[in-house]
Design a binder for this molecule. Structure first.
Ligand code: B12
Length: 214
């Protein structure tokens, strides 16, 4: 493992250098670094920037720039995960998205990437996904699992709206629903009738496996 490249990758995110982040992620992967280690560096770097933003040390444009730098490197890491996943048969079909009003993309994308690497077929609806889009997609594609992300306290309730709407549409039976994201906790997940919650993306993959095989 090339520690210097990974240190430079973290630095690129913190210096809002998307081209550099993408190139360094590629270099680390080419050198044989585990994609998970590259992902961890990106996650820690954006979290560090977020903490500085939360502490008032950085402003929103800086946070946006760091997030964009992270996002620029993500497709390269995703491709490496997909390549390592090979051609395993699907562990289950998952419809995922960040709920309406919420544009936080990074954690949800990491979760989808890890699910794909673990053999799941993932339909990523993206960010700011309206309730009706979740419902229509479930009706059309009949997944085994719906996974929702919410990072804002004010958008967390959208997860409940989706669960209620799925029930009203007669689509909840046999379908598992899991939730995550910084605004979510286990008690909240229980209170809205989700089948599971995980504070981390790898934990979410384990949870998905347990729910679909248990
Ligand atoms: C990057 C970021 C942004 C970027 C997002 C860019 C993008 N393309 O995603 C930008 C700058 C756009 C942004 C905007 C805003 N943000 Co913001 N943002 C963050 C920040 C710094 C990091 C989020 C992140 O990517 N973390 C890294 C990822 C890897 O972590 P994660 O998302 O939590 O995901 C992990 C787990 O939660 C889990 N997971 C995630 N989803 C799911 C789903 C399932 C099913 C499972 C099982 C697991 C799972 O897996 C991931 C890895 O383990 C956080 C602070 C923080 N420390 O989290 C604030 C934060 C979330 N933002 C916040 C705020 C307030 C905003 C704004 C309102 C700011 C503003 N004043 O305009 C806007 C809202 C925009 C909107 N409508 O959504 C607050 C939310 C407070 C709250 N509780 O409501 C935070 C906490 C910052 C703060 N301390 O104030 N933000």
């Amino acid at each position: 493992m090339d520690d210097q490249t990974l240190a430079d990758l973290a630095k690129a995110v913190k210096e809002y250098d998307g081209d550099g982040a993408a190139a360094l992620a590629g270099r680390a992967l080419d050198a044989g670094t585990d994609p998970k280690a590259v992902l961890d560096v990106l996650t820690d770097a954006i979290r560090e920037v977020g903490d500085a933003f939360g502490a008032g040390e950085l402003f929103l444009p800086e946070l946006v720039s760091a997030a964009e730098a992270t996002q620029q490197a993500m497709p390269i890491v995703e491709a490496a995960f997909k390549a390592s996943g090979g051609t395993r048969s699907s562990a289950g079909k998952v419809v995922a998205g960040t709920v309406a009003g919420d544009i936080h993309n990074i954690g949800k994308t990491i979760f989808c990437t890890l699910l794909t690497a673990d053999g799941f077929e993932v339909i990523d609806l993206g960010i700011d996904v309206p309730v009706a889009r979740f419902v229509d997609t479930v009706r059309e594609l009949q997944p085994d699992l719906v996974a929702m992300s919410a990072l804002l306290t004010i958008t967390a309730q959208e997860q409940k709206r989706v669960i209620v709407a799925l029930g009203e549409a007669g689509l909840r039976a046999g379908l598992k629903v899991i939730v995550g994201g910084g605004a979510i906790s286990q008690p909240f997940a229980d209170s809205i009738g989700a089948d599971g919650y995980s504070p981390t993306a790898p934990g979410g993959v384990t949870l998905a496996r347990e729910l679909l095989t248990g």
